[in-house]
Unconditional design. Structure first.
Length: 188
């Protein structure tokens, strides 16, 4: 892999102490092994939108049929602050030429289909965190996976193949001559 490939990653996975409890979720495989081959672009949605470390944990709660980011015990609603931050951050990330993103599983901001969503009825369902949802909505073709997904060999291999392909396709679409031949090996 090319060290110039930029891949977004939840900052806690690189060992940054940004979790609600002041800790991290260091994943040495991602940091030490894959980090030799690509450039990680760390993001912590909760800290970057202004929440402190340590902090009261947040959850995703559905209010009026919309997902909201709520402090678990006090009930403080951070949704609007978070949405404003997400809009600005995604503009910034689009300018960084990312080729993929690795999200922290089960996170209320970064989880991808494995985050607990609390409904008004008391029912708990599984869904995506607020940042993950918006990332997928605004950049639907970019490869996205959770750290736990990477530990399934077939998913890890597929993710990095998609990262390389996505990077090549973005490079190809930026060429000045639209009639230029597709580079060899681009087809799957």
């Amino acid at each position: 892999m090319n060290r110039e490939l930029r891949v977004g990653i939840s900052a806690c996975l690189l060992g940054r102490n940004v979790r609600y409890d002041g800790g991290n979720s260091l994943d040495r495989l991602l940091r030490d092994t894959f980090g030799r081959y690509l450039k990680w672009v760390p993001v912590c949605p909760e800290v970057e939108c202004g929440l402190p470390v340590p902090r009261e944990p947040v959850i995703v709660r559905v209010r009026d049929e919309k997902p909201c980011l709520i402090a678990r015990y006090s009930g403080v609603d951070y949704t609007e602050r978070f949405k404003v931050w997400i809009t600005e951050k995604l503009k910034e990330l689009q300018g960084l030429n990312l080729s993929g993103f690795v999200l922290k599983s089960r996170s209320p901001s970064c989880g991808l289909n494995d985050t607990k969503i609390y409904r008004e009825t008391g029912e708990i369902m599984m869904g995506s965190g607020l940042f993950a949802m918006e990332l997928k909505r605004r950049l639907p073709l970019m490869p996205v996976i959770t750290n736990l997904g990477l530990y399934r060999c077939s998913m890890m291999e597929e993710f990095f193949k998609r990262v390389l392909l996505y990077s090549r396709l973005k490079g190809f679409s930026k060429r000045k001559n639209p009639g230029e031949r597709v580079p060899r090996g681009l087809y799957l």
